[in-house]
Design a protein around this ligand. Sequence first.
Ligand code: AMP
Length: 434
Amino acid sequence: MPKFQAPRGTRDLLPRERAVFLHLEEAARDLAVRYGYAPIETPMFEGAEVYERGVGEVTDVVEKELFRVQAGRGDSERERWALRPEPTAGITRAYLQHGMRTWPQPVKLSMTGPMFRYDRPQAGRYRQFWQFDVEAIGDAGPAIDAEIIELAVAFFASVGLADVGVLVNSIGDATCRPAYVEALAGHFREHAAELPELERARLETNPLRLLDSKAEPMQPLIESAPTITEHLCGECRTHFDGLLSHLEALAIEPRISATLVRGLDYYTRTAFEFYRAGAEGQQQALGGGGRYDGLVESLGGQPTPGIGFGIGLDRVVLALADQDATPLSEPWKPVVVVVGADPEDTIVRLQLATELRGAGLACRPDLTSRRLGKQIDGAARAGAHFAVICGDELDAGNVQVRDLMAGTQRPVDVTELARDLTRAHTQHRHGEEG
Ligand code: AMP
């Protein structure tokens, strides 16, 4: 085994997998633009406080999973930084820093990129993973909540992932949640002796999180716990009903899940998650999001409503593979390889290849000094459609074009070459599709 390996919980995306990711990123960008979400890019690290305040100190993400960054030794800047575990806090920091409050509201932004969490690595859980994220800041909903959920559903459909279910819940707001949290804490306190250690500690700091617990002894206690639905205040109830009627109008049939609370502190009202059919409630959500009406304020701004989602692209890739629906394309494979009868003359091959690329063809010259037959074999092995053979005929303005798939060969005028190859390749591809 080589001495150096990618760090635990990370992996290299080799060309085929990277191409699948690029395909997903492109689908994400395309949809975001169509729905009016403008691109944004924030740094991959921020002052740790952005996450401590913006995600919440009593969350797994901050308590256990934050990748804290140490400045170089001897660095006088002793700031506390952390790699981004999720995009919302950083985007909200940017919203405040750049006075986006004065932009037309809501400000709709989208970003796709790597996130970092120091979690125990396992299938579908990495220390560096990719998210497609959208945020709409400055609209209290509920219509936009439905629009955002529909956008996520459209994304799954556009990349060919079938059977993605939507779970929704309302987790109340500052008016009604405190009383619910009290009732919840009361319920778990009655069972304090049965709680695992971590859960017992959380009972005092963030009882809502107990609903997230995957610990076996917790399951019956979660099942019998009071639900937020019974505790929603009038405004939250109206908001939730509004969300459901808008979803219905968009032909989306969510499942209401009273235990869906989401791990992050800043969520209010609408919370949602996406699962593959049959995998609901497991740890493998494809994505999720919700409303965070308290976030802008907790980062020092005016009270401003907001909502967004993050879709985990790594999990989408796994789900596509599971469904045998991985898009297979290898656009870096050459359509044309330019080979030469004179093993020493690489100049003419390079020139011709440059010309063909200029005309838009994926083309590679064989720059070795091996024999012509070996060069042609190499072109076939590389998966090329054509080998263009430069020989003596070039003096008369001709090359030989060998169709490696059909096994035929013919002379072509160099001035016609690019057009000829493009036409033949396109026809062949249409033939394949038809
Ligand atoms: P969260 O902010 O925790 O709700 O995460 C949003 C989405 O990101 C999840 O639904 C997953 O699809 C994905 N995700 C979160 N954590 C990880 C991880 N450690 N590895 C891979 N994907 C993740």
